[in-house]
Design a protein around this ligand. Structure first.
Ligand SMILES: Cc1ncc(COP(=O)(O)OP(=O)(O)O)c(N)n1
Ligand SMILES: Cc1nc(C(=O)O)sc1CCOP(=O)(O)O
Ligand SMILES: [Mg+2]
Length: 517
C-alpha cells in the first residue's frame, strides 16, 4: 500500500517566499508536501532574509523570474493542488491571479491561499499595500483562504474581538469571489484551553476545536497548515476532510516537534508524518451543545452522547438486506449482524419490522433497522442505523433512552469526527469503492484513507461499506475495521450460502493489519 501510494504521488505547487531560516515559507511547504505523500514544486516570490528572531529583508523577485518558474512548472509538472503564500507586491498578486485564471481554464485546480503579509512580530512582509488587489483579483481564483485573526482584520478592515465578529468578517471576506474561509484561531482563545478554527464556505459554518499545546516551536504553523490542506486536496480529499487533517498535522507538529534548540526565537513547527492519533484531531462542534454557546453557534440543545454498546467491538460479517425473508435465510446460516434496509416500503412496514425483530430475538441477532427509528423503538429492535442527515431530525434522546444501539454512516474524516461526538454504538465508513447499489460517486474513500481513519479509533466498533466483494474484503479487513457491510456481494451472489461461508473464513483468519501510511 505504501509503495502504491508513493508511485502515485500527486504534484502540489507552492507559490511563496523562501525563508532563509528554514522554518516557514517554501521550506515548510515542501517538507509538508513530502510528509503527506505528495511531490512538491515551488515558484519563489521572494528570497526573505530571516532567522528565528528577525526578518531583515524581503528581496522580492522580478515578475520575469516569477513568471519563468510558473511557466516551467506548467509545461511539465501540472499540479493537483496549489498553495499560495507570500506575494511580495501588488504586481506579483496580479501576475499570479492572471496565471491562475489561465491555468484554471485548462483544468480546475484547488488553490489554497495563506494570506501572509505581516510577520508575527508585526513587521510588514510586502512592498506597499496589496489588499485591494488580493480582494479583487486573487481571492476569486482561490478555493480556500486561511487567514489568522490578524490577517482577517487586515483583509476586511474589521476589528475582530469575539466569535460573532469572526463569523461576520469571514462572511464579508467570502463575498470576494465566493472563496471558502478558514479562520485560524491560534492567536486567541474563545474558551480556555481551546484553539478554535472557523470554516465558512458560504453555506455552512463549522468550528474545529483543537486542544491548546504548549510549544515554543510555532514558527511556520500557518504555512504548514495551508500546505497540508493543499496536499490533502491533491490526494482527493474534500475541503472539510482536508481542513481537519491539516489542523491535525499542525497539532501533531506542535505536540511532537522537537525544535526548541533551533535558533534563539520561536523554533519551527515539527513535520512529524501523517496524523494517526485522535488526540491531534479537532473536535467538531455540534450546533447548540453547551460549549458551542461560547462560540455563538446554534440554539441551545444539549448534545445526546453515549449509546448502548454492542457485545463485541468486531461486528464481523454484516449483510444489509431489504426483506424479512433475507433476514431469515441469513440468520439460519449463523450470521449475527444484520440490517433491514427497506427503501420502498409498502403499507405493511410496521408488520415487516415486527417480524424482523422477532427473527432477531429468535436467533440472538444484532439487528439494525435502517431509517425507521420510531418504529424500531416501538417494536423493541436491537438497534437503528442512521445517516448523517438523520442526525438533525431523529430523536436521539428517545433512541438512547430506549436502550437501542445506534450505528451512524460517515463519509470521510470530517463526518467520522462529527459522528464520534455522539459516541454511537458503531461508526460506519463508506463508500470504500464504487458501488451500483447507491450513488456514492462523490464520496469514495479508498482503502488507504479507510486505514488512516480506522487508525484514529482502534478500540471502537467500525464498519466499512460500499463496493466490497470477496476480492476486496481482505484489504478492507486489514485496514483495521472489525466489520464489513455488504449488500450486493450477498444478495446478488450466485450462491449466497457459499458467499457467507467465504466471508466468514476471512474473519476467522483475520489478516495482518495494513499500515495506515
Ligand atoms: C452499515 C451501514 N453503513 C452505511 C449505511 C448507509 O446508511 P445511510 O447513510 O442512512 O443511507 P441509506 O442506507 O439510508 O441509503 C448503511 N445503511 N449501513
Ligand atoms: C447503502 C450504502 N451506503 C453506503 C455508504 O457509504 O454510506 S455505500 C452503500 C451501498 C452498499 O452496497 P454494496 O455492498 O452493494 O456496494
Ligand atoms: Mg438511512
Amino acid at each position: 500500500m505504501r509503495d502504491q501510494l508513493q508511485l502515485k504521488k500527486p504534484i502540489v505547487w507552492t507559490i511563496a517566499g523562501s525563508d532563509s531560516g528554514g522554518g516557514a515559507g517554501i521550506q515548510a511547504d515542501l517538507l509538508t508536501f513530502a510528509d503527506l505523500g505528495c511531490y512538491g514544486c515551488s515558484a519563489i516570490t521572494a528570497n526573505t532574509a530571516q532567522n528565528t528572531v528577525e526578518v531583515t529583508a524581503i528581496n522580492a523577485v522580478s515578475l520575469e523570474v516569477l513568471g519563468s518558474q510558473l511557466q516551467a512548472l506548467r509545461r511539465d509538472l501540472f499540479p493537483a493542488a496549489i498553495k499560495i503564500g507570500l506575494l511580495a507586491n501588488a504586481e506579483q498578486v496580479v501576475a499570479v491571479a492572471d496565471f491562475l485564471r489561465q491555468l484554471q481554464a485548462v483544468q480546475p485546480v484547488p488553490v489554497i491561499y495563506d494570506p501572509v503579509a505581516v510577520a508575527t512580530n508585526g513587521a510588514g512582509l510586502t512592498e506597499g499595500s496589496i489588499t485591494a488587489t488580493v480582494l479583487a483579483q486573487l481571492m476569486p481564483q482561490c478555493d480556500l483562504v486561511t487567514p489568522n485573526l490578524h490577517e482577517l482584520e487586515w483583509l476586511t478592515g474589521a476589528s475582530v474581538t469575539g466569535a460573532e465578529s469572526i463569523v461576520q468578517a469571514a462572511r464579508q471576506l467570502h463575498a470576494h469571489g465566493g472563496t471558502a474561509i478558514l479562520v485560524t484561531g491560534g492567536h486567541t482563545q474563545l474558551r480556555a484551553g481551546e484553539v478554535a478554527d472557523l470554516l465558512w464556505d458560504g453555506e455552512k459554518a463549522d468550528w474545529f476545536i483543537g486542544r491548546e499545546v504548549s510549544s515554543t516551536g510555532t514558527h511556520g504553523t500557518g504555512c504548514t497548515l495551508s500546505s497540508a490542506i493543499a496536499a490533502c486536496r491533491a490526494l482527493g480529499y474534500p475541503l472539510r476532510d482536508a481542513c481537519v487533517v491539516g489542523k491535525a498535522y499542525v497539532q501533531r507538529g506542535l505536540r511532537r516537534g522537537n525544535n526548541a534548540h533551533i535558533g534563539a526565537g520561536a523554533g519551527p513547527v515539527g513535520h512529524c508524518g501523517w496524523p494517526l492519533d485522535l488526540i491531534d484531531f479537532p473536535e467538531i462542534l455540534v450546533p447548540g451543545e453547551e460549549r458551542a454557546l461560547d462560540y455563538g453557534f446554534g440554539v441551545a440543545q444539549p448534545l445526546v452522547q453515549g449509546f448502548a454498546q454492542t457485545d463485541s467491538q468486531a461486528l464481523g460479517l454484516y449483510p444489509v438486506v431489504d426483506t424479512v425473508e433475507w433476514l431469515q435465510r441469513l440468520a439460519e446460516l449463523g450470521v449475527r449482524t444484520l440490517q433491514l434496509r427497506i427503501k420502498n416500503p409498502g403499507g405493511d412496514l410496521r408488520a415487516q419490522i415486527e417480524r424482523a425483530v422477532a427473527i432477531g430475538r429468535t436467533y440472538n441477532l444484532r439487528l439494525f433497522i435502517n431509517d425507521y427509528w420510531q418504529l424500531a423503538i416501538e417494536c423493541g429492535a436491537y438497534g437503528v442505523h442512521l445517516g448523517q442527515e438523520d442526525l438533525q431530525s431523529a430523536d436521539l434522546r428517545a433512541i438512547q433512552a430506549a436502550g437501542l444501539k445506534l450505528g451512524i454512516s460517515t463519509h470521510g474524516f470530517y463526518e467520522l469526527l462529527l459522528a464520534y461526538r455522539y459516541r454511537p454504538s458503531y461508526l460506519a465508513i463508506g463508500a470504500i469503492y464504487a458501488t451500483n447499489t447507491k450513488d456514492m460517486s462523490d464520496q469514495l474513500q479508498g482503502v488507504q484513507k479507510l486505514a488512516r481513519m480506522a487508525a484514529l479509533l482502534p478500540e471502537y466498533p467500525l464498519v466499512a461499506i460500499g463496493g466490497i466483494n470477496m476480492q476486496r474484503a481482505s484489504e478492507v479487513i486489514a485496514s483495521g475495521v472489525g466489520s464489513i457491510a455488504l449488500v450486493s456481494a450477498i444478495t446478488k451472489a450466485k450462491d449466497y450460502k457459499q458467499a457467507v461461508a467465504d466471508f466468514n473464513v476471512l474473519f476467522k483468519g483475520k489478516h495482518a493489519e495494513v499500515e495506515p501510511c
